[in-house]
Design a protein around this ligand. Structure first.
Ligand code: GAP
Length: 443
């Protein structure tokens, strides 16, 4: 894991938050490449959910909502709390279910009896800091969908079954944030809520479970690194009638990256009760009024980011490039799916001390820039520059050489095969669009 953390920082994917002040609460910032890659993941998720399914709409609800939302949802009670123990000696705090021993793992001191620690993050809204102004940062994005159920239904004239998708930040006051960006206090969720007839809930639970596994595999996650955990009743979230976790085999073990839940009518019936608004649905077909059941797919953008980067990371002993200069001991290749790779194309003049090559390469870079996220790089030998791009997962390297000046063409090198082909500069945008499939996935 330490190699991935080091690459992430060195190459501008992820930085520790507020680093110049010594970091802050295990928070992280996504650097220039990380921001591109995370946006790509979110875009591919959004496109898959919204474009590939019937009756699916999107939402972008507020992070701060009425505190009554969280009373109704059950998040202010023991259902959304972890058991916390504290060391009587060094006062470090731990999640009880993560401790293997009965004493403090840091100093061997005695531990307090466990107590419930609620994970909701409090803030206050308005200029007066008193009880009446207490609000909470949302702990899951889906509550914004439930409280807008009627608005969405009426404004979009939807009939069940239908779904609502949302991407956004969530916050949990985790006792022990850990494993890099795996468990943090501020994170991003990609959630979809499918409203259906109660008798069809099991069918749709199964459908969405398969869809979500397919999504990870389609983006290159290796089959052997993905599994489904059927969550037993006593481990399920307080709202879940049925629950599976999609787990990824991280370097620190098998861990959940997404949950699929059958939430039954838990949320709509509770919001009806607390708001005193009838949120039942009138089914024109059956002439019945009932609370639809909700099937939820709930993935973490940060956790899937980490899974994608871990899965793509390869170290090649002795290097792949045997023909160029000194062979490196270990070469790093980030074999990211082309849709999520942050940089699609790098433009490289063969050498930088020939102004005509540099000029031509810069022209090519300007030609491509409006169409693709690309980099221009002239520093170091061409072999070293290829390796620098392989390390960040750049899909194609374009090299402008002396032939290019005569023939108005260049070589295009494929990251995975390292094969090179000459193409005409005038056809470049079209060729690259086709290869990267921009029009299909990023339109
Ligand atoms: N709405 C349901 C829900 O929030 P969850 O299993 O608590 O379910 C769903 O969270 C997903 O959100 C997880 O699978 C994970 O990807 C992400 N997630 C949850 N807590 C997180 C944390 N502290 N840090 C990073 N991601 C987190």
């Amino acid at each position: 894991m330490s190699k991935i953390i080091s690459l992430a920082k060195r190459r501008g994917f992820i930085f520790p938050s507020s680093e110049i002040y010594g970091g802050f609460g295990s928070g992280y910032d996504f650097g220039p490449l990380g921001a591109e890659m995370k946006n790509n993941i979110k875009k591919v998720w959004w496109d898959e959910i919204i474009k590939n399914h019937q009756n699916m709409v999107g939402l972008d609800a507020a992070i701060l909502m009425s505190p009554r939302v969280w009373q109704a949802s059950g998040h202010l009670t023991a259902g959304f709390a972890d058991e916390l123990v504290e060391c009587k000696g060094c006062h470090k705090r731990f999640k009880k279910d993560e401790l293997k021993q009965k004493v403090c793992p840091e100093c061997g001191g005695k531990l307090t009896e466990p107590r419930n620690f609620n994970l909701m993050m409090k803030t206050s809204v308005g200029p007066v800091e008193e009880e009446a102004t207490t609000a909470y940062l949302r702990a899951e994005t889906c509550q914004g969908i439930y409280v807008n159920f009627e608005n969405i239904l009426n404004s979009m004239r939807l009939k069940i079954p239908f779904g609502v998708a949302q991407i956004g930040k969530s916050f949990r006051n985790e006792i022990t944030p850990k494993d890099f960006i795996f468990r943090t206090r501020e994170f991003e969720q990609m959630e979809m809520q499918w409203f259906c007839r109660p008798k069809e809930a099991i069918k749709y639970f199964d459908f969405w479970k398969k869809e979500r596994v397919k999504w990870y595999l389609s983006l290159g996650i290796k089959k052997e690194n993905l599994r489904i955990k059927e969550v037993p009743v006593k481990e399920r979230a307080h709202y879940a009638k049925q629950q599976i976790d999609i787990e990824y085999k991280f370097p620190f073990g098998w861990k959940e990256i997404e949950g699929v839940h059958n939430r039954g009518d838990f949320d709509l019936s509770n919001h009806s009760k607390y708001s005193e608004k009838d949120l039942r649905y009138f089914d024109e077909e059956t002439k019945e009024k009932y609370f639809p059941y909700i099937i939820e797919t709930s993935g973490g953008a940060d956790r899937s980011f980490l899974a994608f980067i871990c899965d793509a990371y390869q170290e090649i002993k002795g290097g792949r490039t045997k023909t160029t200069e000194a062979v490196k001991e270990v070469e790093i290749l980030l074999k990211l799916d082309k849709r999520i790779a942050p940089i699609k194309v790098a433009v490289l003049p063969l050498v930088r001390n020939k102004p005509e090559l540099v000029k031509k390469a810069k022209e090519v870079y300007q030609l491509l820039k409006p169409h693709f996220i690309c980099q221009y790089d002239e520093l170091g030998s061409i072999g070293r520059r290829y390796r620098r791009q392989d390390e960040i997962g750049t899909i194609f390297c374009l090299t402008v050489d002396f032939e290019s000046l005569k023939q108005e063409d260049l070589t295009i090198r494929d990251r995975d095969t390292m094969k090179q082909k000459r193409v005409k500069i005038k056809n470049l945008v079209e060729i690259l669009k086709e290869k990267i499939n921009v029009s299909k996935n990023n339109s």
